[in-house]
Design a protein around this ligand. Structure first.
Ligand SMILES: O=C(O)CCC(=O)C(=O)O
Ligand SMILES: [Fe+2]
Length: 197
């Protein structure tokens, strides 16, 4: 299959459910879970330090430093498997990336709150390519109040081996999140490729 447009107003969203085969996704999940030096970062939330409800890793070209929520992330040099995946994502999307953020959601209780990937170093129309390995989780998009009439919120099941591409005005007009789930789910590893300028 290929990347197909997902129709969402004032956004540019594309999805490929079969970017990686299930065995390829499973093998990569096993390998990365074991080899990435996972970090459990504190984050400032309403003036209080708490631990993020997930584990993270940051890889990229030297100098692709990234700041978010008061954290400064210096990238680790590309693992061969991540470098190969980056090239595959670049070929599928026609975009260039110099870094990748890895999020490991250990259980259904790990999550990510509503945010936009709109840090200044990503430029005015960030291109974000998101690869999912492991458990299926629901990805939610909520319109920013700038849109009139306000469109409905939108959900997408991100399955193993899938590729989601967000580009154009998506980050300007929408927020996205990965909510907790009460369903018993296994680990999910998500990789978001970015171009840090
Ligand atoms: O885990 C996901 O699918 C979302 C990750 C995300 O939004 C991010 O890393 O900025
Ligand atoms: Fe994000």
């Amino acid at each position: 299959m290929a990347l197909l447009p997902v129709h969402l107003p004032a956004a540019e969203l594309l999805f490929d459910a079969d970017f990686l085969s299930e065995p390829a996704a499973e093998a990569l999940l096993t390998q990365l879970t074991a080899t990435v030096p996972w970090r459990h970062e504190p984050i400032r939330l309403f003036g209080k330090e708490v631990l993020q409800p997930r584990l993270t890793g940051w890889y990229g070209d030297a100098g692709a430093t990234y700041r978010y929520s008061g954290l400064t992330l210096e990238p680790l040099p590309w693992l061969p498997a991540l470098h190969a995946l980056r090239r595959q994502v670049e070929a599928a999307t026609g975009s260039r990336f110099n870094s990748v953020l890895l999020n490991l959601y250990r259980t259904g209780q790990d999550s990510m709150g509503y945010h936009a990937d709109d840090e200044p170093e990503l430029g005015p129309e960030p291109v974000i390519a998101s690869v999912t390995l492991g458990a299926t989780r629901t990805f939610r998009l909520r319109p920013r109040p700038v849109l009139q009439p306000v469109p409905a919120a939108f959900s997408l099941a991100l399955t193993t081996g899938s590729l989601l591409l967000m580009r154009g005005p998506t980050q300007r007009n929408w927020l996205h999140a990965l909510p907790k789930t009460a369903r018993p789910v296994g680990p999910r590893l998500n990789l978001t490729f970015r171009l840090v300028k």
